[in-house]
Design a protein around this ligand. Structure first.
Ligand SMILES: Cc1cc2nc3c(=O)[nH]c(=O)nc-3n(C[C@H](O)[C@H](O)[C@H](O)COP(=O)(O)O)c2cc1C
Length: 237
């Protein structure tokens, strides 16, 4: 096989689509200025036209543009992060005794309590990490549990379509998975936002005008790819 084609090698030849994909960054500092409604509608359209298994379109989008509502939602998540921190954060001085319980919970919920979310939950609970980073618009994605195959995946594709469309318009986005905490257990948010069966929270996107220029290449691992062709197999890195 000839030649390498890593992103760095071909950066001068990027298509417009590659430019949008590869220059997108998670934005964690937004201007207060609201995003015009028509732009949010266009972003939603990009989500609506995402592919989905069996064209089930197993999603429902909810847009929050009310500062007070976003602040209240943030407060719920921060409160829940504080509770989780109190229950499992054994790294605090004099809380080593929590370690066996934390280890058990980490085993039971390895995705939710991987070291990255574990650390982030603690920071959000202490008010040291923002949730929506001051974004004036939040798009919430709820999955329709009846979607065939893997509705979470479909919601992810729809969300990334929206993130890329927003970025192509000069907007910034940040996925915010921690919104999930507002919908766990006895949550008044389901009622408040009219979320009933068959919908369940999938993820959310903070959307707004970025402060500064956060775009740029984020280092990524080069995962080896096995490549089968003409009766041979090679691994490209
Ligand atoms: C499903 C999902 C959930 C995420 N949740 C959060 C979050 O709650 N808070 C946050 O600041 N970033 C969140 N991120 C952003 C990731 O941290 C970010 O995409 C990653 O570090 C790569 O950086 P980049 O987006 O700038 O390329 C999330 C990303 C994804 C895909």
């Amino acid at each position: 096989m000839s030649g390498k084609s890593t992103i760095e090698d071909i950066s001068r030849d990027w298509t417009e689509t590659e430019r949008v994909i590869l220059s997108r960054r998670s934005v964690r500092n937004f201007k207060q200025e609201q995003v015009p409604e028509f732009m949010v509608r266009r972003v939603l359209e990009a989500g609506r036209f995402a592919p989905s298994a069996g064209n089930c379109q197993p999603w429902r989008f909810v847009v929050l543009r009310d500062r007070q509502l976003i602040d209240e939602l943030t407060e719920t998540v921060v409160r829940r992060c504080r509770i989780i921190r109190a229950m499992v954060d054994y790294r605090r001085p004099r809380f080593q005794w929590l370690r066996p319980l934390a280890n058990l919970l980490i085993r039971l919920k390895p995705n939710d309590l991987h070291p990255v979310p574990f650390g982030a939950i603690s920071l959000i609970g202490q008010g040291r990490l923002g949730l929506y980073h001051g974004a004036p618009t939040v798009i919430m994605i709820f999955k329709d549990r009846r979607g065939i195959s893997n509705p979470d995946l479909d919601c992810g594709i729809a969300g990334q379509n929206m993130a890329l469309a927003a970025h192509s318009m000069g907007l910034g986005t940040c996925w915010v998975g921690f919104t999930k905490l507002a919908f766990l257990y006895a949550s008044r948010w389901k009622e408040r936002l009219g979320v009933r069966y068959p919908y369940r929270f999938a993820s959310s996107l903070a959307v707004g005008w970025p402060v500064g220029r956060p775009d740029g290449m984020v280092p990524r691992q080069t995962h080896p790819v096995d490549w089968y062709e003409n009766g041979t197999q090679i691994t490209i890195t």
